[in-house]
Design a protein around this ligand. Structure first.
Ligand SMILES: [Zn+2]
Length: 142
C-alpha cells in the first residue's frame, strides 16, 4: 500500500462528514456525463484535498480510476466529452454492454476513437486506458 492509498479512507470519511453537515451536496446527476446512477466522490487532485471532489457516476469513476494527481482538470475532461462519448455512454445508447462497445472500437468499427492517454499524454499511466468515441459517429449510426 502506497502513501496515497493510506490517505484514502480518511478522505472518504471527511467527505461523508461534509455531506452530513450539508457542506457538500451530492448532485442528482454525474458531473461529467449526467448519468443518474451511483454517484460517488472522485478525488481528482489527490487525497491530500479530501473535500475537493467531483461527484461522478461509477462508470466515469472507472474511467478516471488511478488518476488522482490533478493533471486532468474538470475542464480538460469536459473538453474531451464535448466531442467524444466514453464507451459506457455509447453502450447505454445502443443498449449493449461496455465491453462489447470496447470490442467494436478495437475492431475498427468506430474510426477516430481515441484513448484517454492520447488526450493526456502527460497524465498518470494506469492499466486501464478507456476509449472515447467521436460523437458525430454515434449520431450518424444510431
Ligand atoms: Zn458519469
Amino acid at each position: 500500500m502506497n502513501l496515497a492509498q493510506h490517505k484514502k479512507p480518511y478522505a472518504y470519511y471527511q467527505v461523508e462528514r461534509a455531506i452530513a453537515k450539508g457542506v457538500l451536496i451530492i448532485p442528482k446527476t454525474c458531473e461529467l456525463c449526467s448519468n443518474r446512477e451511483s454517484i460517488i466522490p472522485h478525488h481528482w487532485n489527490g487525497y491530500d484535498y479530501p473535500l475537493d471532489v467531483w461527484f461522478i457516476c461509477r462508470s466515469c469513476n472507472n474511467i478516471l480510476r488511478g488518476r488522482h494527481d490533478g493533471t486532468m482538470s474538470k475542464d480538460d475532461i469536459l473538453g474531451v466529452l464535448n466531442n467524444y462519448y466514453p464507451t459506457h455512454i455509447v453502450a447505454k445508447k445502443y443498449g449493449v454492454t461496455t465491453p462489447l462497445v470496447t470490442w467494436r472500437v478495437r475492431n475498427g468499427l468506430f474510426p477516430g476513437s481515441r484513448k484517454l492517454t492520447d488526450f493526456f499524454p502527460n497524465g498518470p499511466k494506469t492499466k486501464y486506458d478507456p476509449w472515447f468515441i467521436p460523437k458525430d459517429l454515434i449520431e450518424v449510426q444510431v
